[in-house]
Design a protein around this ligand. Structure first.
Ligand code: HSE
Length: 440
């Protein structure tokens, strides 16, 4: 599979999507062709860049005839052996990848939404036509995490993956934590720096993170799970006050993607989480991503690097191009048999059965008996309080309401969610409860 064609001396490749990452790939291919030649022993030629917009000037001079709008002419060109899909989103990316595979080309993509949504169809098509799909850049940009999971860590049964996989939300949280920037300004800055998705809602509502988590779970645990079924909460409800209380408790707030294996199956979720200050994930700032993997033989391993941005992502794309040319992708692709619906998937735990600690922020009337009512609801559902904070009001004129922070010991998720419903019905409650997970 895929090995025979790359004995040629010159390998022609085409790029679809000439945005931020596409420009980065073109820069490396044109400005550092020697590196790719050294790694592959062949000349790799970027012969076509296909985009619907070929008039906007990019930050690179291209040889004439490279830019084009006619994707169909690229699919049908037998000289082109690899198609790099960097359009993003579902369509036309899905159709383009299928057309490339049907036309006998190997595919490299950075598109996690596409892989998470259409993995079964795309991988079945690749197998049918004897081609490969490489997608290192789809998860954590420049960190070679998929390569580690699909090769070096294969001798392990994994116990958990805890990761910061969305650079934009980590950047926003870092900016908010420093107290210099509002949520709104941090989102605008992330867009300007090229970290955010075309629709930044997907970064802040946890969609991007959950799509990456399902890809990690497929490689790490053989979980064939639809990303829509994985519980996710974004960072929109977090306020600057939460960073202050988190700090007081010895934590930082991170958007964590978690895959944890236990006897009941695999627990998967994306949630804003208070991470203990001495946990290496707590120290990951700005657009950096990080992945902590625990395997039965290797123990705990920690990867960190830039998860978004032009050149880190282009680095992963070109690593895949090199692996495809050398035949390494074909070997891993065949061995792992990913997104094969005929393969049994690991059992996925029902969200109600998750166990964990929580941080709860209440806005309440400051009057006798409120704490008693709250602890009564929690205690009635078997949820034990681990710590409590209430400060004297800074503003002496407002003594009628106050903020209460509670953290809980480990509790069953179904009970915790039921408690939140009941607590929000108490007359003393002055708004929604903010709930974050807590991890040591
Ligand atoms: N918007 C993504 C992020 C880009 O911020 O992590 C990389 O997938």
């Amino acid at each position: 599979m895929g090995l025979e064609i790359y004995f040629m001396e010159k390998v022609k490749v085409a790029l679809f999507g000439f945005g931020t990452i596409g420009t980065g790939v073109a820069k490396i291919l044109f400005n550092h062709a020697d590196r790719i030649t050294q790694a592959t022993g062949r000349t790799v030629e970027l012969v076509k860049i296909c985009d619907k917009d070929i008039t906007t000037r990019r930050d690179i001079e291209l040889p004439s005839g490279v830019l084009c709008t006619d994707a169909e002419s690229v699919f049908s060109d037998p000289e082109i052996k690899i198609g790099i899909e960097l359009i993003g989103g579902l369509e036309p990316a899905r159709t383009f990848v299928l057309r490339l595979l049907e036309n006998g080309k190997d595919v490299v993509t950075a598109n996690k939404a596409l892989i998470a949504q259409h993995g079964n169809e795309l991988f079945a098509t690749a197998r049918k036509f004897g081609r490969t799909i490489a997608f290192e850049a789809a998860v954590c940009g420049g960190i070679p995490i998929l390569s580690a999971l699909s090769t070096a860590l294969q001798a392990n049964t994994l116990q958990s993956i805890n990761a910061i996989v969305n650079g934009t939300s980590n950047y926003i949280l870092s900016q908010m934590e420093s107290g210099k920037t509002s949520y709104r300004d941090a989102v605008l800055q992330a867009q300007k720096l090229g970290y955010a998705e075309a629709n930044p809602a997907m970064d802040v509502d946890g969609t991007d993170a959950v799509q990456k988590l399902t890809i990690l779970a497929q490689l790490g645990f053989g979980a064939n799970v639809s990303w829509q079924s994985v519980p996710r909460l974004g960072i929109e409800s977090i306020e600057s006050i939460d960073f202050r209380y988190a700090k007081e408790l010895g934590y930082r707030i991170k958007l964590l993607a978690v895959a944890e294996c236990s006897s009941g199956g695999l627990e998967l979720h994306v949630s804003p989480t208070l991470v203990k200050g001495d946990n290496p994930l707590a120290r990951v700032r700005d657009a950096f991503n990080a992945v902590r993997i625990v395997g039965d033989s290797v123990g705990s391993v920690f990867f960190q690097g830039l998860g978004a941005g032009q050149l880190p992502t282009a680095s992963a794309v070109l690593g895949d191009v090199i692996d495809t040319i050398l035949g390494r992708t074909a070997i891993t692709f065949r061995t792992l048999n990913l997104w094969d619906s005929a393969k049994p998937s690991i059992a996925i735990k029902s969200p109600d059965e998750f166990f964990g600690k929580s941080y709860l922020r209440f806005s309440v009337q400051d009057q006798p008996g409120v704490m008693h009512e709250i602890s009564g609801v929690l205690g009635g559902l078997g949820i034990s309080i681990a710590s409590m904070i209430q400060h004297e009001p800074e503003n002496k004129t407002n003594t009628k309401s106050t903020v209460l922070i509670l953290t809980t010991h480990e509790a069953r998720e179904g009970d915790l969610l039921e408690a939140i419903i009941r607590l929000e019905q108490l007359p003393a409650l002055l708004g929604k409860i903010v709930r974050l997970r807590v991890q040591n």
